[in-house]
Design a protein around this ligand. Structure first.
Ligand code: NDP
Length: 434
């Protein structure tokens, strides 16, 4: 805490991981002698930079850019860029730290990194967004590359922003290096299935948890927070598997549609028209809009999928979900549940999929995008989806196995942290003290 003041999210993420590593450290004291924990919490490097840009009125604006390169022992740094006014050093650092273990869990050769800016894309014109992305990339170009650090999207960064940044990188470097960014549009090196990957992957993972208990999505009632990239495709896959999704949200509030959310309306509002979620009720008068986000967890459901942002599901929300009989919680977002909420789920044997494992489908398909770029091939949607399903099943299997091996059977927080950690720690030892 002394070393990282004012970084509550980072400390929260480190605490969660380190608490679950106790059994592995007891069994393998080499990790302590080798200073693995001390080395892991110190990023390889943190880059912060000025991002000046000109708005449509001709006024110069300045935002702060971040890229944190945490650990590259198993592959180039890999992790998304977040553009959101709440972005600060602590948030980028917690996301980068988590990414090390998540990327390790995917079984793909990718290290951990993250980045972003406190730029708010909401209400900006397309040209303003382009100018911002170009300025951001003008500096970031100095630090990235297909074998070095490969950024992707996150909150506020989709294919459009990736496109503007890719164009600027290409212009500055004078090379077409498709593998420098993932999440590109299909026409110039993007992978089919990437847009859907995090949401679909979350549902594939939860399906595995349910299967083990003889349950399924079919005929279950599901609540999904958010209405962005992860949320929309989590809803889509859950519906495909027979679930009734009754609620989703954005940062202004949530909609509750007891007859089942109409996903085409949500996609039209959020992916095409760039509108707020409350407009949903104009088309579906039997649905209600409620201001504020946290109330979404008071809606009774069998399965809860928090897919919006960090710390959106707190202890009260967890208690309400529990008293309403929730059977499974799968984190589509990064660290959406507070530590107290996680403890409630684990203590009461609610099936709980931690984000690091559950939402790893996005970065997995990003890695498949890098593989396609390296080989100059493009796989079919079916090929990518089959690989994604295989990866999610394997993440579930290794996390379960680690939870059993280290004395916490069924605790996927412990299992995922340990499985992700061991591979990275062993590679760090193999590569020496550097
Ligand atoms: P998007 O920007 O597409 O969507 C985010 C959604 O969450 C929006 O509906 C947004 O509402 C809502 N939201 C954002 N901030 C808040 C807040 N403070 N309170 C309530 N709601 C909020 O982002 P993604 O779907 O890509 O990302 C969602 C989460 O998933 C993040 O935690 C991200 O790190 C994680 N993730 C994303 C991956 C990906 O592939 N995209 C991969 C792995 C994890 P509004 O529109 O009002 O801002």
């Amino acid at each position: 805490e002394k070393r990282n003041p004012n970084e509550p999210e980072f400390l929260q993420a480190v605490n969660e991981v380190f608490n679950s590593l106790v059994p592995v450290l007891v069994k393998n004291p080499t990790y302590i002698v080798q200073g693995i924990l001390e080395r892991l919490v110190e990023p390889d490097r943190t880059i912060t930079f000025r991002v000046p840009w000109v708005d449509d009125e001709g006024k110069v604006k300045v935002n702060r850019g971040y890229r944190i390169q945490f650990n590259n022992v198993i592959g180039p740094y890999k992790g998304g860029l977040r553009f959101h006014p709440s972005v600060n050093a602590s948030i980028i650092k917690f996301l980068g730290f988590e990414q090390i273990f998540k990327n390790s869990l995917t079984g793909q050769p990718i290290g951990g990194g993250k980045g972003g800016s406190d730029f708010d894309p909401k209400g900006k014109s397309d040209v303003e967004i382009m100018r911002f992305c170009q300025s951001f990339m003008t500096e970031l170009t100095n630090y990235i590359g297909p074998n070095k650090d490969v950024p992707a999207g996150d909150i506020g960064v989709g294919a459009k922003e990736i496109g503007y940044m890719f164009g600027q990188y290409k212009k500055l470097r004078g090379v077409f290096e498709a593998g420098v960014l993932t999440g590109k549009a299909i026409g110039y090196g993007g992978s089919l299935g990437r847009t859907e990957a995090t949401g679909y992957g979350t549902v594939y993972f939860v399906e595995e948890m349910l299967k083990d208990k003889g349950l399924s999505f079919d005929e279950s009632t599901v609540v999904v927070s958010g209405s962005g990239n992860v949320s929309i495709y989590a809803m889509e896959k859950a519906m495909e598997l027979g679930a009734k999704v009754v609620a989703c949200s954005d940062s202004s509030g949530y909609i509750y549609h007891p007859n089942g959310i109409n996903l085409s309306t949500v996609k039209q509002l959020k992916e095409i028209d760039n509108k707020r979620i409350y407009e949903y009720v104009l088309e579906h008068p039997d649905a209600v809009f409620v201001e504020g986000c946290s109330g979404i967890w008071s809606i009774p459901c069998d399965i809860a999928l928090p897919c919006a942002t960090q710390n959106e599901l707190d202890i009260e929300a967890a208690e309400t979900l529990l008293s309403n009989g929730v059977k499974a919680v799968g984190e589509g977002a990064n660290m959406p549940s507070t530590q107290e909420a996680i403890d409630i789920f684990i203590d009461h044997k609610v099936l709980f999929g931690p984000g690091k494992a559950t939402n790893a489908g996005g970065v997995s398909v990003s890695s498949l995008e890098m593989a396609q770029n390296s080989s100059r091939l493009a796989w079919t949607r079916e090929e990518v989806d089959a690989k994604l399903q295989g990866i999610m099943k394997e993440i579930y299997r290794v996390s379960m196995k680690a939870s059993e091996e280290y004395g916490a059977p069924g605790n996927l927080v412990v299992g995922a942290n340990i499985a992700g950690f061991v591979k990275v720690a062993d590679a760090m030892i193999a590569q020496g003290v550097i």
